[in-house]
Design a protein around this ligand. Structure first.
Ligand code: ATP
Length: 291
């Protein structure tokens, strides 16, 4: 095998809670994440030496600053591989959007190189090694839907939802660090009831899932960028069953049980915003590899 093409899927948060700020600066979280069928395509080709990275997207670095580059370096060092790789990222996930776009590229590189180079590491080994790249990378390797605890690395796979999702990213970039920096954990007014959502997912009581959508970072990002609130309001006006900001934002998603309503929301939002998407949630059962 000389090359492999892998899909790196985006995620949304059905809930995001921050329990405390640890001494080392990391935040302890409790969140429910689910992948969606919005993905970057990553083409990995064997070369003799080094790491070369290219992308159709001008907003991401093409050197060591790219988390996908770091993922390739990690695979080489950890598994003592003496060859190189050319990485091409066909980016479709908006950047700095709260959708784990970078983390999922890193996960795809690790999964892809594990196959391309015949390393045969287990998923668990890859997940453990990936935590050094970023807190969301282990989830992106796991895929599907999961409860994430700790700093995001303690993962419990769960049954997710199977619905249409409309996503809308306003034309602003939000740095995750600045949102966490502006969060005062002691002043969080409303925490999600994670157990109720988990229970609702278990019973596939989607009415209860959408009623309990909650992200403690939403008010923080909204206060910095009121447009987030406007989009959420519009999403609900356009008949979303439920709506929430994903991650640290600024992307807002709406869940729709009816495809026609989702399509009409997508069309209306597209008249005003450039980055609007209509996709299905993803349960992790499909293949990463699509060659
Ligand atoms: P998360 O939801 O995990 O916080 P995000 O979706 O908010 O992530 P990313 O798209 O991962 O944010 O981008 C965050 C930053 O990382 C950007 O400033 C971007 O330039 C940088 N970056 C490095 N590599 C990548 C990559 N492969 N894809 C996207 N962004 C990358």
């Amino acid at each position: 095998m000389d090359e492999i093409k892998i899909r790196g899927r985006a995620k949304i948060n059905l809930s995001l809670d921050v329990l405390r700020r640890r001494e080392d600066g990391y935040h302890e979280v409790k969140m429910i994440m689910q992948q969606i069928d919005l993905y970057d395509e990553i083409l990995l080709k064997n070369i003799d030496k080094g790491i070369l990275l290219e992308s159709n997207c001008e907003f991401i670095p093409t050197h060591e600053g790219n988390i996908a580059y770091k993922a390739a370096k990690l695979m080489m060092e950890k598994f003592h591989v003496d060859r190189g790789v050319h990485i091409y990222i066909d980016k479709k996930i908006p950047v700095a959007a709260g959708l784990a776009g970078g983390s999922t590229d890193a996960a795809a590189v690790m999964i892809g190189l594990n196959k391309l180079w015949g390393i045969n590491a287990t998923k668990e080994e890859l997940m453990e090694a990936s935590l050094s790249l970023g807190a969301d990378v282990p989830f992106c390797i796991l895929g599907g839907a999961a409860l994430a605890e700790g700093i995001g690395e303690k993962l419990t796979p769960i049954r997710g939802i199977n619905e249409w999702v409309v996503l809308c990213k306003p034309n602003i970039s939000v740095s995750t660090a600045s949102v966490y920096g502006n969060l005062d954990v002691s002043k969080i007014r409303k925490h999600p009831n994670t157990d109720i959502i988990l229970n609702a997912l278990e019973n596939q009581d989607l009415q209860s899932v959408v009623e309990n959508l909650c992200n403690v970072l939403e008010p923080v990002t909204e206060s910095m960028h009121p447009i987030v609130k406007d989009i959420k309001r519009k999403m609900l006006e356009y008949h979303a069953w439920g709506s929430l900001m994903s991650g640290s934002g600024p992307t807002v998603f709406g869940i729709y049980k009816d495809y026609n309503k989702a399509k009409s929301a997508y069309e209306n939002l597209s008249k005003v915003y450039n980055q609007v998407y209509l996709v299905k949630t993803y349960d992790g059962r499909g293949s990463y590899d699509h060659k």
